[in-house]
Ligand binder design. Structure first.
Ligand code: NAP
Length: 279
């Protein structure tokens, strides 16, 4: 048996071609899809992520409007920036790079984003709507994972999905998306007891913990589908993937699995927001 790779790079490259064509169509009508990126402070990892997002925009012909704020920005100042972007008809999507410096009320700032421009899927309103199965932009990493599962025609109906992690941008929305796709979902976190046993029950496991190689390969059931959302500088994820090809039925590699789908989903959702605004 050999586990099939869920190839995020391939899907992202294919989708980018389609996005580029749709962006050109919209641009010909005088509408340039535009993503505003807000970076507060100078955390090197965040700077890199924002740069990658801007580069992807440029590749597909979208505009990006970079707003860089100092480390000591206050919540009020950031709220004002977000309000101005909400009111700017030339901006279709707003990305506030997470995390922001400690003095800022991040949730308040996320929730100030107009849901119509919430292409990163971070607002409470967007999360609520998505959870209810209503139209909303999903949080990009879990939404990217769902697109990947769809691409490989993996039917989630009745599968027991175990999500390890419950962050607002990853674990929680992931669990709701899997539930909406008719999986039976268990959400695990740092207070979960007998985590190994929970993971052993999974037909599909999502690693969203933020600890390198945390989920051990001997916790995995034979034929499990492994989604590793983790990414660490040592080029590994949250699941110990060594020998995974002999255990899983499908798995996401690290790098090249979940990561490329996240930015791809961001630009896809920005395009959709621009298309909606043009109607
Ligand atoms: P986070 O906000 O730190 O959340 C981590 C979650 O893991 C929390 O819910 C925490 O539980 C849980 N956890 C921590 N220690 C645990 C333990 N010993 N046992 C069980 N659960 C435990 O992290 P995040 O933002 O969701 O990110 C998670 C991972 O995904 C990171 O590796 C990050 O780099 C990666 N990520 C990748 C992308 C991408 O584009 N590929 C995007 C976002 C994140 P509590 O809630 O109880 O504290």
């Amino acid at each position: 048996m050999s586990s099939k790779i869920l190839d995020g790079r391939k899907i992202a490259a294919e989708t980018e071609q389609k996005i580029t064509q749709e962006v050109a169509l919209l641009s010909n009508k005088g509408i340039k899809p535009t993503l505003a990126t807000i970076l507060v402070g100078n955390d090197p990892a965040s700077e890199t992520y924002v740069k990658m997002k801007q580069n992807t925009c440029a590749r597909v012909g979208m505009e990006s409007k970079a707003i860089n704020l100092s480390d000591n920005t206050s919540t009020q100042e950031l709220l004002k920036v977000i309000q101005d972007l909400n009111n700017d008809n030339g901006v279709h999507g707003i990305l506030l790079q997470h995390p922001v410096p400690q003095q800022i009320d991040e949730r308040k700032c996320f929730d100030a984003i107009n849901p119509a421009k919430d292409v990163d899927g971070v607002t409470s309103a967007g999360f609520g709507a998505m959870s209810m199965g209503l139209s909303a932009y999903g949080s990009c990493t879990p939404a990217g994972i769902m697109r990947m599962l769809e691409y490989y025609e993996i039917d989630l109906t009745g599968l027991h999905a175990v999500v390890v992690g419950r962050s607002p941008i990853l674990g929680k929305p992931m669990a709701m998306m899997l539930l909406n796709a008719n999986a039976t979902v268990t959400i695990c976190h740092s207070r979960t007891q007998n985590l190994e046993c929970r993971v052993k029950e999974a037909d599909l496991v999502v690693g969203a913990v933020g600890i390198p190689n945390f989920i051990q390969r001997n916790w995995l059931k034979h034929n499990v589908i492994v989604i590793d959302a983790g990414y660490h500088p040592q080029q590994c994820g949250d699941v110990d993937l060594e020998g995974i090809e002999n255990i899983a039925s499908f798995h996401t590699p690290v790098p090249g699995g979940v990561g490329p789908m996240t930015i791809n989903t961001l630009i896809l959702q920005t395009l959709r927001a621009a298309q909606k605004a043009s109607l």
